[in-house]
Design a protein around this ligand. Structure first.
Ligand code: ADQ
Length: 462
């Protein structure tokens, strides 16, 4: 069996006791690596200042080698904060207004990908299969091909792929499209993303579809496919059930008392639609005065990318907005919104999801959204809560039992909250079961297997 080489911007390195950071993606990819043996390479998250980074730090755990490199301050600024997070992230989330192009940042992005390629190439054996993850590393295959590597190389994009009119506002869109053509399999979260990608190829005559999921562009043939990422459904459901005795979960349950809990859990990011969601909650309370004092909205939002000015500003905006709504609607014995800026352990999170009568997942645009899937997996089968889900999350293509909303329509989202809170038990159970059956069958291990099968089956691709 050939070895597997995974490359991602950050690597979930196990601690000294061999425990890897939790999370479905890390668990599934680690399992695949353990089965086949291999390497997981990426950025250490550290800077070497302006010094050339030391050689790769390698950590062996069983038959997995974790290979990490530092980056210089300039690299971190231009590649990571610059092009990846201030250009590709907003563009892929349809936010042209937030994209800040700069020639320096673009050059830094391609330079760091070349640097990753140079550090990785000496570790790769001829029959290794390479799987590259996410928007930070699109040009990596092209760099490896340039160095003569003929291995099977696959790419999976965790975030949405935008339509041509959006992508082509980026001055280097051609280089990005060309970069993708050097993979053997390019994977997206949804059919809609894949269609957008095909549209980008067609629009400027860059390439075309050959049928059977095969594409041609820049004299290469490759497979383009949809691989909706899942979670470790069965394990997550078990965490949630067991968490009912957890101290923090118990305290949360007692503090809610007789009230219904609406749960929101997101990284702090403009794509997640948190401010629109708070507006919708306010609208819901104003339109349903009988709910005053009878419902609590818990929003758990760890800070992310706080070095980027837009994220810092967003942190202030959300906190002020939650404060304003609490000031306007709250009572001496009722705080309508509890807003927490902290990360929570996965077991506790699972227990909190289970307490939620409503799971409110309303991103303006999201590749998949694992929170939606985790919320469903965590529910009590005899008394499940209701998922209110944005139609612009990739998960909406699969979770048919959710109440789908347009997060830009504040009144519509408020109405969905009211409907979710009054939904009869039989309907809740029916909707939940449809979603849970799907999630059990399409879990993260299956996602991993499906992608790797396509990548290693030669006639799938060029
Ligand atoms: P993200 O944008 O990070 O992922 P998401 O899919 O929701 O979004 O995953 C977030 C993860 O972080 C979930 O597993 C969640 O449990 C965890 N999390 C969030 N808040 C937390 C908190 N307060 N404490 C602890 N854990 C918390 C990107 C794409 C998504 C895509 C995923 C996977 O943007 O669209 O679904 O990758 O492909």
């Amino acid at each position: 069996m050939s070895r597997l080489v995974i490359v991602s911007n950050r690597v979930p390195v196990p601690d000294k006791g061999g425990i890897a950071p939790a999370g479905g993606l890390a668990v599934a990819l680690k399992a695949a690596l353990e089965e086949q043996g291999g390497i997981w390479m990426g950025w250490s998250g550290r800077s070497s200042g302006e010094q050339e980074p030391q050689p790769l730090a390698q950590l062996q755990q069983g038959n997995i080698t974790y290979a990490l490199t530092d980056l210089t301050d300039t690299d971190v600024e231009e590649y990571y904060h610059g092009f990846a997070n201030r250009v590709l992230w907003p563009i892929c989330h349809y936010r042209l207004d937030l994209a800040e192009y700069g020639r320096k940042e673009m050059a830094g992005y391609f330079r760091v990908n070349r640097f990753f390629g140079r550090r990785l190439a000496p570790l790769v054996k001829p029959d290794d299969v390479i799987w590259v993850h996410d928007y930070h590393l699109i040009p990596l295959a092209a760099e490896l091909r340039q160095m003569g590597l003929k291995n099977r190389i696959g790419f999976f994009l965790h975030i949405p792929w935008p339509p041509a009119d959006v992508l082509f506002t980026m001055p280097v869109h051609e280089e990005i499209m060309r970069g993708l053509s050097h993979y053997d399999v390019v994977g997206f979260q949804t059919d809609h993303d894949l269609e957008n990608f095909a549209g980008c190829l067609r629009r400027e005559g860059i390439g075309d579809e050959l049928g059977g999921g095969r594409f041609t562009a820049y004299d290469r043939i490759f497979k383009g496919g949809t691989y909706a990422i899942g979670i470790e459904t069965a394990a997550f459901a078990e965490f949630a059930e067991k968490a009912s005795t957890n101290k923090t979960v118990k305290k949360a349950r007692e503090s809610i008392e007789h009230r219904s809990l609406i749960m929101g859990v997101d990284r702090l990011d403009y794509s997640k639609g948190i401010t629109q969601r708070i507006d919708a909650f306010e609208r819901f309370i104003l339109a349903n005065p009988a709910q005053q004092g009878r419902v609590t909205y818990l929003q758990i939002t760890p800070k992310s990318r706080s070095e980027v000015p837009e994220y810092e500003a967003m942190q202030r905006t959300v906190a002020e907005q939650a404060g304003r709504v609490n000031g306007a609607l709250g009572a001496v014995d009722w705080v309508p919104i509890r807003y927490i800026n902290r990360s929570v352990g996965r077991h506790i999170l699972a227990g909190l999801y289970r307490l939620g009568r409503v799971g409110l997942v309303t991103p303006l645009r999201d590749g998949m959204n694992l929170v939606a899937k985790e919320y469903v997996a965590a529910q009590d089968p005899d008394d499940p809560g209701v998922l209110v889900l944005s139609r612009f999350a990739g998960a909406a293509c699969e979770l048919r039992g959710a109440l789908l909303v347009n997060p830009y329509d504040i009144e519509g989202t408020a109405n969905a909250m009211a409907r979710a809170l009054s939904m009869p038990l039989e309907e809740r159970k029916e909707r939940w079961k449809t979603m849970m059956d799907h999630l059990l069958e399409h879990d993260v291990s299956r996602w991993c297997r499906d992608f790797l099968n396509d990548l290693t089956t030669r006639d799938q691709c060029g």
